[in-house]
Design a protein around this ligand. Sequence first.
Ligand code: ADP
Ligand code: LRH
Length: 491
Amino acid sequence: MSNVLAFDLGASSGRALLGRLVGGKIEVEELHRFPNDPVQVGDRLHWDILRLYHEIKQGLLKAKHHGIELQSMAIDSWAVDFGFIGKNGELVGNPYHYRDRHTDGAMESLFAEIPPSVIFARTGIQFLPFNTIYQLYALKQAKSPLLNEGNRFLMIPDLLRYFLTGQIHNEFTNATTTQLYNPIEKSWDAELLRMLELPKSWFGDVLQPGAKAGNLQASVCEELGIGSIPVYAVAEHDTGSAVAAVPATEGSFAYLSCGTWSLMGTEVDKPVLHDLAQKLNFTNEGGVADTYRLLKNIMGLWVLQECRREWDREGKSYSFPELVQMAGAAKPFASFIDPDDSEFLPPGDMPSRIADYCRKTGQEPPKTVGEFVRCILESLALKYRYVFELTERLSVQRFNGLHMVGGGIQNELLCQWTANAIGKPVLAGPSEGSAIGNLAVQWIAQGEFADIWEARRVIRESFPIKIYEPEERDDWGRAYDRFRILTGLAE
Ligand code: ADP
Ligand code: LRH
């Protein structure tokens, strides 16, 4: 029996999922779950990296208390964020949250020095204002002391893996999200580093998912009273792990990884670097087994999470199932937002921003909680149709349906509305996609699965996949036309 442990750190919560292979199927058990609350200090927003490391150690302790003998472990997390290791081997400063406003305007300023077409041609990565490249540029502009003290650059899972093993490595899937990695040359892009005046020595050798990165170091084993185990590099970008777990049966499929963010696209063998891909702002993020994810970010359930946080602050606490139920009871198609409007990116009073957006676009703003949630979920489903069709156009193919994975599939209304909006079946599952993709790559590395397609077959046979057939197509078609006009997405 191969017991492996996956730590999946999402932007809203983290979990430790134990995976076992029993009778040719995967069995999972959630050993530990913890909130991932960013911390505002003055004007700056940080991740609580040491707390996350503490929670990883709690997960290892729980495995020990359950008497589980682990064969290996691995970590995946959200992309783009990083920390620096100083000359003495210690973490310098506290990693910034990608929603921190220190990057405001940085992307546009850098474009004056390096044209976007050059950046895209060299990296294939979509333009998101918080990409690592713009974060580093913003730190340079601000003359941040981090840049003087830092000796090595590590992405969040690289950093946590370093704390556990003492070994310094960069992992491929996450490295691509920096917008500093060249997928054609298969290395950090020396030219971009030169143009940005970033030292090459910060960026180390790049491990592929499935490589062994080290073992738990003696100090960690001693502290926790456990034996050492191998720590693998997996698809350490959570979206890479989520797509590895998509239970598809064919080479070409459409997916939506649905959590704090919604990531929609398809898997390709080579990055798609032509002008249309740049114009539509699609990305080519590195995946497992030499694949790339041709996808587009959609703001996702973040908007709902932030509304919920605001209502909570006002003393009105609702669970996600309660919010979904209220949305179901509200009037359909009353108002729409473009979830990707830049106003919705930073944390803050989301209900007021939604109301402002509606007023600005000549719509009656939602009033009740149910109306707000309905507006968000319908708008997401309609935006999914928009991006689904762009994915078909860009990849020159038609998909039979859409695979949905991630915590968002627990929202059955959203799954059904997505099927209605795209007019194709939605195949929902598994909900812990990233953690399961993380487990799968560890098992491939150990020879338990021959390749990613065998892993996907076993995932399909191990987890329930719920199929949502489209319904009420005419209403959704009319709503889509109105949505595109109101949001300025009509061609
Ligand atoms: P991340 O990994 O980015 O932190 P998850 O994949 O855990 O995100 O998904 C979190 C989202 O899933 C929440 O924002 C919420 O909208 C949705 N969700 C979680 N549980 C439920 C539930 N019981 N019912 C409906 N939606 C849910
Ligand atoms: C999803 C995700 C996404 C990135 C964003 C920063 O968790 O990794 O793929 O764009 O976070």
